[in-house]
Structures are given as structure tokens and as C-alpha cells.
Ligand binder design. Structure first.
Ligand code: UD1
Length: 433
């Protein structure tokens, strides 16, 4: 196939047409956090009782996790924003490769499976476009809790030796504060015999949400949100009904940046402001006024000037908002230096932003962004979830109508983004081909 034919096929794929230049206004609603909901769903594996979550976003990743849990025997029912999960009978401890590979968070099921059953066979998830994404820390932690782990043909075989097949509490110091490793080890440790201390853990709000849910299920977890988590193991956990997933801080940050890039006053709710402190500081620094109250944030952008960011683990600036913030900086006055410290390959949106007239130079994992007066609409493709969101934002601010493809990424993490943005004045439509 010629390059031109490939390009025309790309344009024919499902895409959004984003009409640039419309101001936003009013209130935009934030859904429940994808990264919380995914891991809270896997916590259902820890009990024979029913777990009911509410405020669960409607995303393809949530559908994928439901499928993976169903493959293990979990009964999953969804009604509006509620998901009920019952793992009374686990028919398998081996999620299939195709499913685990398509949804990395499903690998975290190895922790609760080991805790509950004493054995699990889970395929290694592999890397993804943004980086290698190893799981060594997850495995090291499970070994410290007494699991015997072998890797054969890309599949992790994990077993707990001994007559009662119960993990044993241990002291664990993570080499890096991995979110997934913290969650995996935490879910394994809650049913272990004795006390575990896990140091250098991830402090992300999603880890705190998981610890809160586990405590509601009868676990004894303290310290979540700080660098050290302590877990006193219990023999069993019970169910929990009506547990609300926290608001999605990354979706909220994306909408605040949508307001800033279109220079529009917008209210974003619900938001837990402490989950976004580093982002809010950068938005203030670049010229946005923020009114923060108990339920949300009203942003009023003034002239946007360039500021630098470096992505870091929480409470630092989140890597998942690096691409949307870069889109904003392409329209700022001055030069911004954006450094990606979490993933080795998360600059793929640069080329697409350049196609829209952005002026960006990349040196390794640093992008130097010189603000331009106006972006110009173009057909662009999001290479990953957050890069796709950055393309939508750039499209909102550009002259003309952009075509944004790569929706299979966008739909993984944004619940009906075009309807939400159209509700506050954007003009976006979805084309099937
Ligand atoms: C989670 C989020 C993802 C976010 C990321 C970082 C979910 C479902 N996904 O992913 O959206 O971008 O946190 O905020 O919650 N690392 C190691 N060794 C390990 C594990 C991780 O070196 O064993 C490194 C990774 O290569 C990466 C960094 O740690 O550089 C962060 O990864 P991690 O926190 O594990 O990300 P995830 O939990 O996969």
C-alpha cells in the first residue's frame, strides 16, 4: 500500500471533528476516576461477598476489566454508574493473555488472587507505546510476602507454599514508588498472616481510595497517602455496598486545561482540589485565576504565559497531564520547558502538535515549547490516551476544523468527552469513518 493510501485510510477511521475557536462556559461534570475504578474492581476478588461501586465511569477500560474478572468467574453487573461484583465462586486463577495484554491494570489482579486462593497464573503484561513498564517491583513484593514465583513462557506462576497457603506479613521497601506495585502488594498483604510495612510506596489518591475501600471491607490498612503503608493482615474480608469512586483528577485537569487553552471561564466539578495541587499551582503560575470551593473549581484564564513543568510521582505534576499541558503551552506567551521523568517514550504527541503549527524542539525527554499566536487545524492522531486528549484540546483552540483520530485510546479513559465538552459550548462531532 502506498503512503498516500495509508494516510487516506487513517482519515477514514473513526475520528472526532473538532471545530476550533469556540469559547467554553458553564459547568462540566467530572466522572469517577478510571485508575481507581479499575483497581477497586479487582479488589472484588478478595471476598466471597458482593462489592458494589458507584460513580464508575463508562469507559472501554472498565468494560475490559469486567471481561477479565468474568473470565475468572466473577459475576459482574452494571447499571448506570453502578457496578456490582461477586466473586463467591472463582472458576479460574488465570486471566487470559489477550485480555491482560490489552489492559495493563488487570495484571494487578495477581495480588488479590494470591491473597484469596494462594495461587495465580497471570501473563506478564508487556510494554506499551509510552514505555517498557516493568512489573519487577510487584513481583519482588509478592516474593517478600512468601509467594514462590516462576516465569515460564511469559506467564507468571505464583504459589503460596505451606498447608494453609497463606501469605506472611513482611517488611518491603520499593525501589520506586510504583502505583501498580503498591496496589498489588497492598491487596495481597490484607489477607496475609501478620503485619506488613511497605515503604517508598506510591502516594497517589487512587492508592488512598483503594486503602479506604479495603478498610470498609474489614482490612486494617494505615498510612495510605504517605510514603509508608502498614497492613495488619486479617483472615477474611467482607463485601461493601455503595462505595463511591473518587472523581477523576486527570479528567478534571484536562477540562481545566481545555478552559485555559480556549481562554474561557469554566466550572469543573466534582473535584478534590488536594488531588490536583501541583496542577493547580502551574495553572495559576501561567495566568489562570482559580476559585476553589467544596465541590469544584471555577477557572478564569487571563493572558497565558509559559511555565516549565517536570512530571513526578504524586504529589508532583502527573505524567498523565503532561501532553494536555503541552497543548496549552503551545499557545502561551514565551518558552516553556517540559520534562517527562516517568516514562521514556511519552513525547509522541509533539509531532502531531507540530502539524498544527506548534513550535516544539525535543531533546531526549525534554520538550522546549515556544508559544505561537495561533494553532492551525489539521488531521492528527492521538498515539495514546492522554496524547489523544491533548489533540482534542489543541483542536478546540486552533483555526479551522481538526480531525482527531486514535479514538480507541481516547475512549479508554474519557467518558463521552465530546458530549461533555459540547455541553459547555464546544463543537465536536464523532464520525464513524
Ligand atoms: C499508573 C497509572 C497510569 C500512570 C502511572 C504513573 C493505573 C491503572 N495507571 O500506572 O495512568 O501513568 O501510574 O502515574 O493506575 N516502574 C519500575 N518498576 C516496576 C514498576 C514501575 O521501574 O516494577 C516504573 C515504570 O517504568 C514507570 C514508573 O515506575 O517509569 C511509574 O510506573 P507505575 O507507577 O508502576 O505505573 P502504573 O501503575 O503502571
Amino acid at each position: 500500500m502506498t503512503a498516500a493510501a495509508i494516510a487516506s485510510q487513517e482519515i477514514l477511521k473513526p475520528h472526532l471533528t473538532v471545530a476550533g475557536g469556540h469559547s467554553l462556559g458553564g459547568t462540566i461534570r467530572v466522572s469517577g476516576a478510571k485508575n481507581s475504578a479499575l483497581v477497586l474492581m479487582t479488589a472484588s476478588l478478595l471476598t466471597a461477598d458482593t462489592l458494589e461501586l458507584c460513580n464508575v465511569p463508562d469507559l472501554t477500560d472498565i468494560g475490559g476489566m469486567s471481561e477479565i474478572l468474568a473470565s475468572l468467574g466473577v459475576k459482574v453487573e452494571r447499571q448506570a454508574d453502578r457496578v456490582r461484583l461477586n466473586a463467591a465462586v472463582l472458576s479460574s486463577s488465570e486471566p487470559p493473555y489477550e485480555l491482560v495484554n490489552s489492559l495493563r491494570a488487570s495484571f494487578f489482579s495477581i495480588g488479590p488472587l494470591l491473597g484469596r486462593l494462594g495461587h495465580a497464573k497471570v501473563p506478564l503484561p508487556g510494554g506499551c507505546r509510552i514505555g517498557a513498564r516493568p512489573v519487577v517491583e510487584h513481583i519482588r513484593g509478592l516474593k517478600a510476602l512468601g509467594a514462590v514465583i516462576q516465569v515460564e513462557h511469559g506467564i507468571i506462576h505464583a504459589n503460596v507454599p505451606g498447608p494453609n497457603k497463606r501469605l506472611k506479613g513482611a517488611s518491603i521497601i520499593l525501589d520506586c514508588p510504583s502505583v501498580g506495585a503498591t496496589e498489588t502488594i497492598l491487596m495481597a498483604a490484607v489477607l496475609a498472616e501478620g503485619t506488613s510495612t511497605i515503604e517508598n510506596v506510591a502516594q497517589e489518591p487512587e492508592v488512598q481510595d483503594l486503602a479506604n475501600l479495603l478498610n470498609r471491607m474489614g482490612a486494617r490498612v494505615s498510612g495510605a497517602g504517605s510514603p509508608v503503608i502498614t497492613v495488619e493482615g486479617v483472615e477474611s474480608l467482607h463485601g461493601c455496598l455503595d462505595y463511591p469512586v473518587i472523581p477523576d483528577r486527570i479528567e478534571a485537569g484536562t477540562f481545566l486545561m481545555a478552559a485555559a487553552i480556549t481562554r474561557s471561564r469554566l466550572r469543573v466539578e466534582p473535584v478534590v482540589p488536594e488531588h490536583l495541587n501541583a496542577v493547580l499551582q502551574k495553572l495559576r503560575d501561567c495566568g489562570c485565576h482559580l476559585d476553589i470551593d467544596a465541590t469544584g473549581i471555577t477557572i478564569t484564564p487571563k493572558e497565558i504565559t509559559a511555565v516549565d513543568i517536570t512530571t513526578q510521582p504524586f504529589p508532583g505534576f502527573p505524567t498523565d497531564l503532561q501532553a494536555p499541558f503541552m497543548a496549552l503551552m503551545t499557545t502561551a506567551r514565551g518558552t516553556s520547558v517540559i520534562t517527562e521523568r516517568i516514562y521514556e517514550n511519552r513525547m509522541q504527541h509533539v509531532g502531531e502538535l507540530q502539524r498544527m503549527g506548534a513550535s516544539i524542539r525535543v531533546d531526549g525527554n525534554t520538550a522546549i515549547v515556544e508559544g505561537v499566536f495561533r494553532l492551525s487545524a489539521a488531521p492528527v492522531k492521538g498515539s495514546d490516551l492522554r496524547a489523544s486528549a491533548a489533540m482534542v484540546l489543541a483542536g478546540l483552540a486552533a483555526d479551522g476544523t481538526s480531525k482527531v483520530s486514535g479514538l480507541q485510546h481516547l475512549d479508554r479513559g474519557y467518558d463521552d468527552i465530546e458530549a461533555k465538552l459540547n455541553g459547555v459550548g464546544a463543537v465536536i462531532s464523532r464520525q464513524a469513518s
